[in-house]
Design a protein around this ligand. Sequence first.
Ligand SMILES: C[S@@+](CC[C@H](N)C(=O)[O-])C[C@H]1O[C@@H](n2cnc3c(N)ncnc32)[C@H](O)[C@@H]1O
Length: 309
Amino acid sequence: MAVLLKPAIEFLAVRRGGTYIDATLGLGGHSWEIAKRLGAQGRLIGFDKDPAALTRARERLGNPPPELVGDWPEVDFVHASFAEVAKHVAPATADGLLADLGVSSMQLEDAARGFSFQAEGPLDMRMDPHSGLTAEQVVNRFDERELADAIYEFGEERRSRRIARAIVRARPIQTTAQLAEVISAAARPMNQAERRIHPATRTFQALRILVNRELDDLRALLCPSERNMGARRGPRLLSPAAEVVKPGGRLVVISFHSLEDRIVKDAMRDGARDGLYRVLTKKPVTADEEEIDRNPRSRSAKLRAAERT
Ligand SMILES: C[S@@+](CC[C@H](N)C(=O)[O-])C[C@H]1O[C@@H](n2cnc3c(N)ncnc32)[C@H](O)[C@@H]1O
């Protein structure tokens, strides 16, 4: 279920005949709404790291509703991280870029992908199953200190040291259920507030962020860096997002936890200071009660938007 769909489409201000980038296709929920507004002259470029997501999105976006068959945009599917958007999209050609971060419901609900502590599965957690370390490799190979630091930094988990110690003692750990059990035994809820979330929530979040280098990718998309500077760019450092979106185009990012939101907020603020963006959301847009009831995942969603100047 696409989160914050209405505000996302409004802030993108989709223009008929325009070119839009969906940096995180997922199941294509946001893309579907963009495509409907683009018309046959429009173009949609969708990225995902996960080949299974691309397959699903391709099926969905390849089947326009009958009344729009002759009025459907060209859709390109790119199997790559959005960190590489500038390698696939020419400078200043996009009217908008949307990034709806994190994992999709399809990934979470497929026990075989290992994202969820609520279903028994292998400890994988890779969005791209063909690249990088699995969560199992991280859990069984990292030393206690590295594990504790990652759980603290990416999970904002205060009991990271205790959890890391328990993980190291319980090795080898092979399944999500086994890991969830080890964490639950090591970090029993101390008060009512802690009882509200499963003790494994933060550690699973940390492992997922680490395995998929999620914050690195987000920084690589939104922040200018020497490494992102190509020979063709001028003296001003541009992030890939600022490079591909044309003046007047929109950047819309939906994040799901404070670590991501901080990166988005700082990147938009710095971009505004450097004359690259006009920030359109003073405060982040959040889901209303009705959306939260329908889709509990939207509870932590924060949308920020900016216009390229
Ligand atoms: C929350 S879902 C997107 C849902 C989508 N907006 C929809 O309406 O169905 C996030 C998707 O982004 C993908 N993803 C996450 N990080 C990525 C990255 N750095 N580059 C490309 N895709 C990424 C995930 O594989 C997942 O399919």
